[in-house]
Design a protein around this ligand. Structure first.
Ligand SMILES: Nc1ncnc2c1ncn2[C@@H]1O[C@H](COP(=O)(O)OP(=O)(O)OP(=O)(O)O)[C@@H](O)[C@H]1O
Ligand SMILES: [Mg+2]
Length: 246
């Protein structure tokens, strides 16, 4: 099963991606976490730490200086540009290298292209997408089984969330809205009004998530029982159920 996480900049996509990846892996699933952001931070939310996350990015950048060998296969791509994260998650940085080397897949491959290439049989692939609507617009059939649209109760975030929901609906894709940093009923009402009656999970404004970010750790390591983290673990359970049903 392929899941992508989309939404406006800063709404919580990486937090959601990292936490559900860890929760799914903890529940025994084979998880490939794909960092599709050109400013890759998923490693931090997965609990790999900021230094190790920077190292992964450096390997990718090594292509430009010739320090890293080019890669032709998707399996090799995951091997060469990935590393193991806690609970057995495999993390791979997918950001496109602009100076493409024709004939090799590690340069110039778009996150959408990679989502098509990667075989999700028996595993769950979670793609943390770049901010904005562009990535969702480029998604085609087969790229993602489920689109998680992260939204906060702000006008700009909701404009993007509404568009992402509409685009996914138009393609016949399944969408779940993650209403994030919800502090009260008014916050929830404003999100509900923007996205209509689609499936939704509600994540409160969570001090443990903010603390995790300050410390460069995974929220699930800081406090798996914090209400905001629990909601994301429950979302992972639900997604796992869908993977089994698929
Ligand atoms: N439920 C929450 N409660 C408190 N803080 C949160 C919550 N969700 C996210 N945050 C904080 O919001 C900030 C942005 O989160 P995150 O990096 O996950 O967003 P993003 O959508 O991936 O951002 P970008 O578009 O830059 O990639 C972080 O500091 C994170 O800790
Ligand atoms: Mg992010």
């Amino acid at each position: 099963m392929k899941i992508v996480v989309a939404g406006k900049g800063g709404v919580g996509k990486t937090t959601v991606s990292g936490t559900i990846s860890r929760a799914l892996a903890r529940a025994g699933h084979d998880v490939l976490a794909l960092d599709a952001d050109t400013n890759p931070m998923l490693g931090v939310s997965l609990g790999v730490g900021p230094e190790e996350t920077d190292l992964l990015v450096a390997v990718r950048q090594g292509l430009e200086t010739g320090e890293t060998e080019h890669e032709r296969s998707t399996e090799g791509f995951v091997e060469r540009f990935g590393r193991d994260a806690p609970d057995g998650v495999r993390l791979v940085v997918a950001s496109r290298i602009e100076r493409a080397n024709p004939g090799c897949m590690c340069c110039g491959v778009s996150p959408e292209g990679l989502l098509t290439e990667l075989d999700s049989a028996g595993k769950i692939i979670i793609g943390d997408l770049e901010a904005g609507i562009g990535t969702v617009m480029r998604l085609q059939e087969g790229h993602a089984d489920i689109v998680l649209v992260v939204a906060q109760p702000t006008a700009k975030s909701l404009t993007i969330a509404r568009r992402a929901v509409e685009l996914t609906d138009d393609r016949g894709g399944r969408v779940i809205v993650v209403a994030n940093r919800v502090r009260n009923d008014d916050d929830l009402a404003v999100i509900r009004e923007a996205v209509g009656d689609c499936e939704m999970v509600v994540v409160p404004d969570e001090p443990a998530i903010a603390l995790a970010d300050r410390e460069g750790r995974a929220a699930i390591d800081v406090d798996p029982d914090a209400p905001g983290v629990r909601v994301l673990i429950e979302l992972a359970d639900r997604l796992a159920g869908m993977a089994v049903a698929a």
